[in-house]
Write a protein that binds this ligand. Structure first.
Ligand code: FES
Ligand code: FES
Length: 161
């Protein structure tokens, strides 16, 4: 094996994966190019846009800031893991409120929203804006995204979630 390659064992969306990767390879590149998991997108590659967001061992993180071999043994969840059977309630709210256009920002927005609602089921608009502030959207102007998250949270609270 090439001196620069290291075997990476990692769980992606519940599936154990093993692959030889370059020691400098970024997690976003491993996910997309080696495993064909394309929910996380490549945007800035500097940690600013959030397009590459995944959940790593339960915590949301930007996969362009992670070196794959450093995450040996980790559990990764991507956008694909959110629902295997239709849309989640939160995704439906995004759909119903026209909260995405190109969809490039969806991983970051949905993971940030889920994380917020896990800790704060009835957030204010300001709290929602704060929670998604690490994610850039070039299409929507953010208002529809905030509305989608707020509507979903309000409905879920009314339904006694
Ligand atoms: Fe990772 Fe932009 S591509 S934050
Ligand atoms: Fe296009 Fe957000 S919908 S970047």
């Amino acid at each position: 094996m090439d001196d620069d390659l290291t075997v990476l064992e990692i769980t992606v969306n519940g599936e154990s994966r093993s692959v030889a990767v370059d020691r400098r390879e970024l997690l976003i590149d491993t996910l997309r190019n080696r495993f064909g998991v394309t929910g996380p997108k490549i945007g800035c590659l500097t940690g600013d846009c959030g397009a590459c967001t995944v959940r790593l061992d339960g915590l949301i993180t930007k996969s362009c800031l992670r070196i794959s071999v450093a995450e040996h043994g980790a559990e990764i969840e991507t956008l694909e893991s959110m629902s295997t059977d239709g849309l989640t309630g939160l995704q439906e709210s995004f759909w119903n409120n026209n909260a995405f256009q190109c969809g490039y920002c969806l991983s970051g927005m949905l993971f940030a929203a889920e994380d917020l609602l896990d800790h704060n089921p009835a957030p204010t608009e300001d709290e929602i804006r704060q929670a998604i502030s690490g994610n850039l959207c070039r299409c929507t102007g953010y208002h529809a995204i905030v509305t989608a998250i707020k509507n979903y949270a309000d409905r879920a609270t009314d339904n006694g979630r």
